[in-house]
Design a protein around this ligand. Structure first.
Ligand code: AMP
Ligand code: MG
Length: 333
């Protein structure tokens, strides 16, 4: 893994504001992003912390920068509906919503295409993907310059409020890469609508429900979302669930088990494993996070009934990795 690029603070103006440096700063941001770095930039909702959605290690660094204790699926930002169709399948309701509200503060949760280039970590291993086309000129310039989807959750440390000015981003994430484009016009997150079976409102946001209902009928959210206790945004997506059983903190490998290793393979009887994949042979938690969902999926696809998982330390991204492993191991109804 190459070292992340050095920290840079970039003063940006949108190219369309007539600032000659607009295009140049977008190009600089795009170079940082294409090299796996992080760039904070304004969207019409709040400041996003951007990373190349197709680069699993960049996405892992983004989770680390935010200090999230778990991997929530992230929104892929793209330039237009055509770019969204390369990631996901849009049903007729989704097409109508895209035509009516993109670019703008509407996120659609859609079935992920099998050839979708977005890293599994970015969608937390799910078969669905959240996609949005932002309207903010700075975000659009950067997306056009980088030419690939960007994940861009709010540019704040986990648990802090979403930033609506570059000063907020600096206060929270000083020492990372920033992209200063003034304050964000809306200051509220995007509205999220799932277009899977029926169109369902998953998160209220900057685009009002009434406007959406002029374009599509909104169905009842799945029962999990209508429980008396409101569901927090980060919990809206169901969790990735492998078919195989997971045996955590494994110190040994039983015959027929697959092994998900971390660091030097110390598990006793590892030679008995039907298949071994290592999250990071050198014990690097960013590399491990980048590999987590794709390795789980590959071991699951290989058909072992049980996946033995070596212990992963709790420090840094280890907390989020252990959180997802525990969820994937939890018995299911
Ligand atoms: P934000 O912090 O504004 O980037 O919002 C991300 C939100 O999108 C989180 O609340 C996620 O739960 C939600 N989200 C992202 N991907 C999915 C998905 N595939 N299914 C359901 N919700 C999703
Ligand atoms: Mg947030």
């Amino acid at each position: 893994m190459s070292a992340p690029p050095a920290t840079r603070v970039i003063k940006a103006q949108a190219a369309k504001d007539g600032a000659p440096e607009g295009g140049a700063t977008a190009a600089l941001a795009a170079r940082v992003l294409a090299a796996g770095g992080l760039v904070a930039f304004p969207t019409e909702t709040v400041y996003g912390l951007g990373a190349d959605a197709t680069n699993a290690e960049a996405v892992a660094r983004l989770y680390e920068a935010k200090g999230r204790p778990s991997f929530n699926p992230l929104i892929a930002h793209v330039t237009d509906a055509a770019a969204a169709r390369a990631l996901a399948r849009l049903d007729p309701a989704a097409e109508r919503l895209a035509a009516a509200f993109w670019p703008g503060p509407l996120t659609l949760v859609l079935p992920r295409r099998s050839d979708c280039p977005v890293a599994e970590l970015a969608t937390a291993g799910l078969d669905t993907i959240a996609v949005r086309v932002p309207s903010h000129p700075v975000a659009r310039d950067i997306l056009a310059a980088v030419g690939r989807p960007l994940v861009a959750p709010s540019a704040n440390r986990s648990g802090h409020v979403s930033p609506t000015t570059a000063q907020h981003v600096l206060a929270d994430l000083r020492g990372r890469i920033e992209f200063d484009g003034g304050s964000t016009p809306m200051g509220l997150e995007s509205t999220i609508v799932a277009c899977l079976d029926a169109a369902v409102l998953l998160r209220p946001g900057a685009l009002p429900r009434a406007q959406i209902e002029r374009v599509v009928d909104l169905g009842e959210p799945p029962s999990a979302h209508t429980d008396a206790a409101p569901v927090a945004p980060g919990q809206l997506a169901s969790h990735y669930a492998p078919r195989a059983r997971l045996r955590l903190h494994a110190q040994n490998v039983q015959t027929g088990e697959a092994l998900l290793a971390f660091g030097p393979v110390a598990a006793e009887g590892a030679e008995r494993a039907a298949l071994v994949l290592n999250l990071s042979t050198r014990g690097d938690l960013i590399e491990a996070a980048a590999n987590l969902f794709s390795h789980l999926r590959a071991l699951d696809a290989a058909g072992a009934a049980t996946i033995a998982v070596m212990p992963v330390p709790h420090a840094g991204l280890g907390e989020a990795i252990n959180d997802r492993l525990a969820r994937a191991a939890a018995p299911r109804a």
